[in-house]
Design a protein around this ligand. Structure first.
Ligand SMILES: C[S@@+](CC[C@H](N)C(=O)[O-])C[C@H]1O[C@@H](n2cnc3c(N)ncnc32)[C@H](O)[C@@H]1O
Length: 317
């Protein structure tokens, strides 16, 4: 949803834009066209290999702009931006989840179709908890909770029980071992719908390994504070748990006075800090999903910080 992001951010030359999920800099480079020649792109990613790829692509572009690449988790956005001496942001993008190179490299352990250790860390240099560790050390109740709450997996307790039975006889260490167990645990009649039966459980483990929902809540909270008046924020999410967090964070920040309507004077002193521009999440076009099937589940929401009127929204809302 690159063009939609670019339109919603509506950056102007000289502005400062922060891409909190830099990945291979696909979005960042397209959006940087709007802030060139003297704008500033701040790119953040917690994965060193994404940063290497992004730096290579940025160094090859003919575009002229300033940039600052920061390694870290956007849950620590305050510290990252303070250390980089940033004073405020005109545009912020979160393109959540894992990148295609991360999924496609079997050794990262994100893919249920390729044999690899059950890793799933987005920042293997810093994080120690892996999916294998969760599988090994969580009791059945905890495993059920993880699969149900982060994967919205209807068969969570059956899968957790199957895992517990299997690991009692031999360690469960690889992606395809786990995918096969999940398949066995789900009733045959239910396996025919909804894609690969391992999809939801793998999503759940990935979210648990990387603390993704907590990072998103904290990252969004900080991002709204760092936006300049009229600044624009865009979030692309890939499953309903993320989208719910974004929707609620935007709605809360767009809320004004909450005093009872018959109260003559406001005592809550709440002022909306956001003008939520997107009423509904935008979805990718059929052309995009044809070219990139992984974009099928994408939902884009954007909002504008109260204050000076931003330029965003008109073309995409
Ligand atoms: C979907 S990809 C972004 C792709 C990017 N928009 C592009 O066009 O190339 C998501 C990226 O965000 C990173 N990421 C995910 N969660 C993060 C977090 N909490 N903090 C920092 N980076 C994160 C991942 O490592 C991955 O590189």
């Amino acid at each position: 949803m690159l063009e939609e992001s670019r339109q919603a951010l509506a950056l102007r030359p000289g502005e400062t834009y922060c891409d909190c999920t830099l990945g291979g800099a696909g979005h960042a480079l397209a959006i940087a066209q709007d802030l060139a020649p003297d704008g500033l792109l701040i790119g953040i990613d917690q994965d060193s290999s994404s940063l290497t790829e992004a730096l290579l692509r940025i160094s090859q572009t003919q575009l002229s702009f300033h940039y600052e690449i920061l390694k870290g988790n956007f849950r620590d956005l305050d510290t990252l931006l303070l250390d980089a001496r940033v004073v405020g942001l005109d545009g912020i993008l979160f393109d959540l989840g894992v990148s295609s190179p991360q999924i496609d490299l079997p050794s990262r352990g994100f893919s249920y179709t390729q044999e690899a250790p059950l890793d799933m860390r987005m920042d293997p240099g810093t994080q120690t908890l892996t999916a294998a560790e969760i599988i090994k050390s969580s009791n059945t109740a905890d495993l059920t909770r993880i699969l149900r709450s982060y994967g919205e997996e209807r068969w969570a307790s059956r899968i957790a029980a199957r895992i517990a039975r299997s690991r009692a006889t031999a360690p469960l260490e690889t992606t395809t071992q786990l995918a096969a167990l999940i398949r066995e645990a789900i009733p045959a009649s239910q396996r025919r719908t909804g894609g690969n039966p391992a999809k939801r459980s793998f999503q759940a483990l990935r979210i648990a390994v990387n603390g993704e929902l907590d990072a998103l809540t904290r990252g969004l909270d900080a991002a709204l504070r760092w936006l300049n008046p009229g600044g624009r924020i865009v979030v692309i999410s890939y499953h309903s748990l993320e989208d719910r967090i974004v929707k609620r964070a935007f709605a809360r920040a767009a809320e004004g006075c909450v005093c009872p309507p018959d109260q003559p004077v406001c005592t809550c002193n709440r002022h909306p800090i956001l003008t939520t521009v997107s009423k509904k999440a935008l979805r990718p076009t059929s052309e995009e999903t044809e070219n990139n099937p992984r974009s099928r589940s994408a939902r884009l929401r954007f909002a504008v910080k109260a204050g000076e009127t931003g330029a965003a929204g008109a073309a995409v809302g």
